[in-house]
Design a protein around this ligand. Sequence first.
Ligand SMILES: O=C(O)[C@H](O)[C@@H](O)[C@H](O)[C@H](O)COP(=O)(O)O
Length: 239
Amino acid sequence: MNRERRIFPDPEAACEALAQDFITTVERALEKAGRFTVALAGGSTPARFYRLLARSPYRERLAWEKLHVFFGDERFVPPDHPDSNYRMAREALLDHVPIPAANVHPMPTLGLTLPAAARRYETHLLECFAGSPQLDWVLLGLGEDGHTASLFPGFEPPPEAWVAAVASAPKPPPRRLTLTYRTFNHARQAVFLATGAGKAGIVARVFTRPELNLPAQRIAPRERLSWYLDEAASAGLVT
Ligand SMILES: O=C(O)[C@H](O)[C@@H](O)[C@H](O)[C@H](O)COP(=O)(O)O
């Protein structure tokens, strides 16, 4: 697995570079494959990146009909709830690009118990990937305790699970669905996007304290692991 860490002056520069690299990755992959599958991150950081992809010149360069969008995690709230990652992705990106509705795969958060919703999404993933969910590209955020997606310290999903239910996440809201280490580490490429001074402490710990075995440190995709940081978030690193 190749690793790379790129540091940019500010969040805008980091997201511009990520948008350009993402499009290059998609274009290269679609020379050989008929679709490109991604899992989007939640939280507040990625919205800037999603809004960029929804605008020129990036919007026109993506073959939206060949993109399939899944979610790395979801808060167990209705899809129109202010805390919904799906709602955030719709407002920042999906409602503004010509991606077919059938290509957007939100995690189910209505009409099911939390465990049943996890099982339903896992079944959907297995159907979409003919039994072995291998995403081409996953975007991940970084929480200040080292969590990523909804994989929090001290939470161990069943090793065979592709999707897990989280009943008491320390970051509200407490009930969540999340892809697991198995799914993220089966992916071809994973990208962390972390910006802002508030992340400097955890970014330093992730890169200098491997013994902590934090959730973000356990992400090891098949081909490539990339970090897109701004100077504020990487202030604790000796570069
Ligand atoms: O649903 C979520 O909350 C996210 O998946 C979560 O893992 C997020 O990426 C980090 O907590 C960073 O959040 P911010 O980007 O808001 O700092």
